[in-house]
Ligand binder design. Structure first.
Ligand code: NAD
Ligand code: ZN
Length: 343
């Protein structure tokens, strides 16, 4: 079969490899679509600082169950499924407490839980092998366009679930970066709350996209942006900031607009540092969290919102062999929503 491999530091190649066989408790999924995430670009840019080479890329997969390994119960050949992005053990204390995105067994202090496409072969191929527990039924959702729900949907869902008690009517949420993750995050906030949404993006067409998706206010980043956002709240600040970029200027914007007791969720991996000191600097009580992926419960919520038509993915498909074009288009900011590779 054909597969897109991270073959060596910063190098992606298209290879012919054997069709994998499912082992005990595993299924084989015929991939219908595999999302390309900005995290894949970060991995390429890490060069030899990234630890694993030779794996098939792609952590946003969905498709059709194609074969069952021994003792693989709970799925039938022909079922449409989405592949969870966080492969947790399900049994450790973190998992049973519902914090499976912080699994003690497959992840840890210095690593993230097992992730297809990053820790084992992923979805950018004709077939992928998935432990039974990590495939969830898609129901009527089209598997070609569903893959990104497992990350571009799940990751915002998780960050938003940690702030939803503050998304009351009259509250204001700022969403920075209306790309793959942000365009779903914006829809989730709109679907589950009556909070006002302020969207920030450096690209005018992403701001246009944000308006179409229901943003109440849109701003390009600039020297006046924080003061314009503060004006919307009479200078008090916003309840929630979701930063899907995470570079220093966006993190600084988050710090400049957050209200006392406000909640900041840093999701983008742009390397910015949030200014926080144990001194008298205001505003008091701000809660900053670096948010990772999401839980199984978050994924079920994303699927329920998608099935109900309350959120959707905007995407552009590319044939699998055009992976380099998709990478180039994502890097150049040409995409609106997600790129999906179709084997
Ligand atoms: P994307 O490229 O699809 O979207 C990024 C958006 O941010 C684009 O619309 C771009 O125009 C905008 N942008 C870039 N720089 C900006 C700036 N300085 N100010 C304002 N807007 C700016 O990326 P994505 O796939 O949505 O991923 C977003 C980030 O989230 C990446 O860093 C990715 O690695 C990270 N990520 C984190 C997790 C997690 O679990 N924490 C999971 C998935 C992705
Ligand atoms: Zn991702």
């Amino acid at each position: 079969m054909r597969a897109v491999k991270l073959s060596s530091p910063g190098t992606v190649t298209f290879e012919e490899v054997p069709v994998p066989e499912p082992g005990a408790g595993e299924i084989r999924v015929k991939v219908a679509g595999a999302g390309l995430c900005h995290s894949d670009l970060h991995v390429l840019d890490m060069g030899d600082a990234w630890p694993a080479f030779g794996l098939t890329m792609g952590h946003e997969g969905a498709g059709i169950v194609d074969a069952l390994g021994p003792n693989a119960t709970g799925h039938k050949v022909g079922d449409p499924v989405i592949v969870n992005v966080v492969w947790s053990c399900g049994n450790c204390r973190a998992c049973v407490e519902g914090r499976d995105n912080a699994c003690e067994v497959t992840g840890g202090r210095d690593s993230f839980p097992t992730t297809p496409g990053l820790s084992c072969d992923g979805a950018m191929a004709e077939y992928m092998i998935v432990p039974v527990r990590q495939a969830l039924p898609l129901g009527d959702i089209d598997p070609v366009g569903a893959g990104p729900l497992t990350d571009a949907g799940l990751t915002p869902m998780h960050a938003i679930n940690t702030v939803k008690h503050r998304l009351t009517p009259g509250a204001t949420a700022v969403i920075i970066g209306i790309g793959g993750l942000g365009h779903v995050g914006l829809q989730i906030v709109k679907a589950i709350s009556a909070a006002r949404v302020v969207a920030i993006d450096a690209d005018e067409k992403k701001l246009e996209h944000a308006k179409q998706l229901g943003a109440d206010f849109t701003f390009a980043p600039g020297p006046e942006t924080a003061s314009k956002i503060l004006e919307l709240t009479n200078g008090y600040g916003v309840d929630v900031v979701l930063d899907f970029v995470g570079v220093q200027p966006t993190v600084d914007t988050a710090a400049a607009v957050i209200a006392p007791e406000g909640l900041v969720r840093l999701v983008g991996l742009g390397g910015g540092a949030y200014p926080m000191n144990a001194d008298v600097a205001a505003p008091w009580g701000v809660d900053v969290q670096r948010s990772y992926g999401g839980t199984r419960a978050d994924l079920l919520e994303v699927l329920a919102l998608a099935a109900a038509g309350k959120i959707h993915l905007d995407y552009q498909t590319y044939p699998l062999e055009d992976f380099q074009q998709a990478i180039d288009d994502l890097r150049a900011g040409k995409l609106v929503g997600r790129a999906i590779l179709v084997p």
